[in-house]
Design a protein around this ligand. Structure first.
Ligand SMILES: Cc1cc2nc3c(=O)[nH]c(=O)nc-3n(C[C@H](O)[C@H](O)[C@H](O)COP(=O)(O)OP(=O)(O)OC[C@H]3O[C@@H](n4cnc5c(N)ncnc54)[C@H](O)[C@@H]3O)c2cc1C
Length: 405
């Protein structure tokens, strides 16, 4: 992409990382994505390649073995990867969120225990908030962690977890799940009764630990290859030292911090898919002829291309802005919500237009656009639906612009 989605002001290191990732995407992801996706096959070799490039540790601080790069670098890497195949970005996204939460909120012992092995990709993260009965309404979580005062672990009682979690991306392949559960230890707000636990487990399916079962993969319309699962906790015991930050009742705010960076990442994914849809459409439009000329020379099609490119550009700029804001240390809830909203909605629109430009061939599974058509809708849902983004944005604005005097 010579012209679109360029980012001003990148350092040499950032530019070098992006060039390496782009080459990897063009050589190792795009040529294999169709076959792997249609077979719902886990991209094991691609994941090994990403480990070798250090991508699992890209944002982990250098003192814990990572590359110590910014959210912006990560988001631009994700944009490149999603341009190749969204599922591959799904493999690293939950990992990245969990690493971010541990680096920001973990105790020193937790950081030393997890981050160096996360940086190499030996430990792989998933995060679990959603349940069969809730996704948007996080405060209504029903999975319960009750302190067993009878047994001692590091001086305090273990927790016993009961409940069913839903939609864990990387639920089967991960070895560390950041789990949000209700602890009800006396706070008067529902949000302050939620705690994040760091659940170490083996990869795989079935009863992976006493009291923790990961049933098989959920069959999805797109976003294939990457595993999405339930997690069933039934009398599962976990030590109090595995409470993130050893701070019961802080789980909701820790998760929301993770979700804020996650929303930038979902925006980046949407940008990547939209860029790819545009690339496919502009190429096809110059090859396919109707009424004696390439369809790109019909104004109706060239105007579609102009609108698609404008949406790609706008989404990219908002995503970059949200990432830079978070990197500056500022809260970016409104900007991340705006970026996620516009990027995911534009991605769905651009993909739909690219599909139309392909005519009947767009409906054939031989064409890449068919896959993008099944992937784009997930971005309207994951990390909070568009309605939830509008709720976050409007709340932030009403606070900022409240009437005075
Ligand atoms: C493939 C996939 C992977 C996922 N991975 C993960 C993961 O790794 N970890 C995880 O925790 N979750 C994950 N999720 C869950 C995802 O975050 C939720 O699906 C999402 O937050 C929406 O929740 P819900 O499905 O329960 O929809 P609901 O909350 O039931 O919403 C249904 C509809 O009602 C609307 N709605 C809800 N409340 C309001 C309101 N107050 N005002 C207006 N409209 C409203 C929503 O916008 C939506 O249109 C994943 C989901 C999918 C499909």
């Amino acid at each position: 992409m010579a012209r679109l989605a360029q980012t001003a002001g990148l350092s040499d290191v950032q530019s070098e990382i992006l060039a390496t990732v782009r080459e990897f995407v063009d050589k190792e992801i795009i040529p294999h994505a169709q076959e792997l996706e249609h077979g719902d096959t886990y991209p094991a070799e691609i994941v090994e390649g990403m480990k070798a490039m250090g991508l699992f540790g890209i944002t982990i601080p250098e003192e814990y073995g990572g590359l110590g790069e910014s959210l912006l670098t990560y988001a631009l890497v994700v944009e490149e990867i999603a341009r190749g195949w969204m599922s591959v970005s799904g493999v690293i996204n939950t990992h990245f969120i969990v690493a971010h939460m541990i680096a920001r909120h973990g105790t020193e012992t937790q950081k030393r225990h997890f981050l160096p092995r996360m940086a190499t990709g030996e430990v792989r993260g998933a995060f679990s908030m959603s349940e069969p009965g809730l996704g948007s309404d996080v405060a209504a979580i029903s999975t319960k962690a009750t302190r067993d005062e009878g047994s001692a672990a590091g001086g305090s009682g273990d927790y016993v977890v009961d409940g069913t979690k839903m939609w864990l991306t990387n639920g089967g392949t991960s070895t560390l799940v950041a789990l949000l559960a209700r602890t009800d230890e006396g706070a008067d707000s529902p949000h302050r009764n939620l705690t994040t636990f760091l659940v170490e487990k083996p990869a795989g399916y079935g009863e992976v630990l006493p009291g923790l079962t990961i049933p098989g993969k959920i069959d999805k319309m797109g976003y294939k290859g990457v595993d999405t699962t339930e997690a069933v906790f039934d009398g599962f015991r976990i030590g109090a030292d595995m409470v993130l930050g050893e701070a019961p009742g802080e789980g909701f705010s820790y998760m929301m911090d993770g979700i804020e960076v996650g929303r930038v990442n979902v925006s980046a994914r949407a940008c990547g898919i939209a860029i790819r849809a545009f690339e496919l459409a502009i190429e096809y439009a110059q090859q396919r002829e109707t009424f004696g000329k390439p369809i790109a020379q019909h104004q109706a099609i060239s105007f579609k291309l102009a609108e698609m490119a404008t949406k790609v550009e706008a989404a990219h700029l908002m995503m970059v802005n949200a990432a830079r804001l978070k990197d500056s240390g500022a809260r970016n809830d409104v900007e991340a919500g705006m970026a996620k909203l516009i990027a995911s909605e534009y991605c769905a629109e651009v993909t739909q237009e690219a599909f139309r430009i392909h005519g009947g061939y767009g409906y054939s599974t031989e064409y890449e656009i068919e896959r993008l058509m099944r992937e784009a809708p997930f971005l309207l849902i994951g990390e909070g639906t568009s309605e939830i983004q509008k709720t976050v944005i409007s709340k932030g604005l009403l606070k900022e612009y409240r009437l005075r005097g």
